[in-house]
Design a protein around this ligand. Structure first.
Ligand code: E4P
Length: 220
């Protein structure tokens, strides 16, 4: 399963690239806002960080646009800025039409805000490179996000669609494990979620036990 960082903070992205060799990036308007920089400036900086790699970077079109032709127009402009850019489009009738059109122009897309297998199927049929089911949000509303990922994975496999699942809105290490087992191709989460998932209180305790043993052993 590929590891994508969900962020638009350049320091976080540099850290992820340097320490984890992350496989790609997802951004959204909330992340861009929290970068504190204007939209074009931050996405140019991000493009620079990924230049010369083949790692996908999802950049979302203006979420106010509901007309498919305008989504395509804006998506095509963004795609020209970097070969890494994958155009993130919200799931809707216009969104799926825009995905189909962008795909026909060889522009990769990420269908976002996916909450049902039917939406995932429309996205796959339209040619989306990535499909982003939102785990955390599903679970907040009491749905089984793991079952959802399994069903989307099975639907894609059974009908031989090439879209990859990016399990999104991940809140903890348990969910990372769940989506890996359920068949997600990629996971995207924030820096802190990944860092937490690398630690465990038993590991800290065990290190202490071994350090004590080390200190109590003669070393010459
Ligand atoms: C995924 O691509 C989204 O950017 C992201 O996971 C959104 O969810 P969140 O902001 O609730 O984490």
């Amino acid at each position: 399963m590929k590891l994508f960082l969900d962020s638009a903070i350049t320091e976080e992205i540099r850290h992820g690239l340097e320490y984890w060799d992350l496989d790609g990036l997802t951004t959204n308007p909330k992340h861009i806002k929290s970068s504190g920089k204007p939209f074009l400036k931050v996405i140019e900086e991000i493009a620079e960080l990924f230049a010369g790699t083949d790692k996908p970077v999802s950049v979302e079109v203006n979420p106010h646009i509901t007309d498919w032709e305008q989504i395509v127009e804006e998506g095509a402009k963004l795609a020209k800025m970097s070969p890494n850019f994958v155009i993130k489009v919200g799931a809707s009738e216009s969104g799926f039409k825009a995905i189909r059109e962008l795909t026909s122009q060889n522009i990769r897309t990420n269908a976002t805000l996916i909450f049902s297998v039917a939406q995932a199927w429309h996205a796959a049929r339209a040619g989306a490179s990535f499909i982003s089911p939102f785990m955390g949000w599903k679970e907040t509303y009491g749905d089984s996000a793991t079952t959802f990922i399994m069903e989307v994975a099975e639907m894609l496999e059974r009908h031989e669609y090439e879209s990859e699942i990016i399990a999104a809105a991940i809140r903890n290490g348990r969910q990372i494990a769940d989506v890996a087992i359920a068949g997600a191709h990629c996971v995207t989460a924030g820096l802190g979620v990944y860092q937490d998932s690398m630690q465990n209180p038993y590991t800290v305790h065990g290190e202490k036990v071994f350090q004590n043993a080390w200190d109590e052993t003669p070393h010459e």
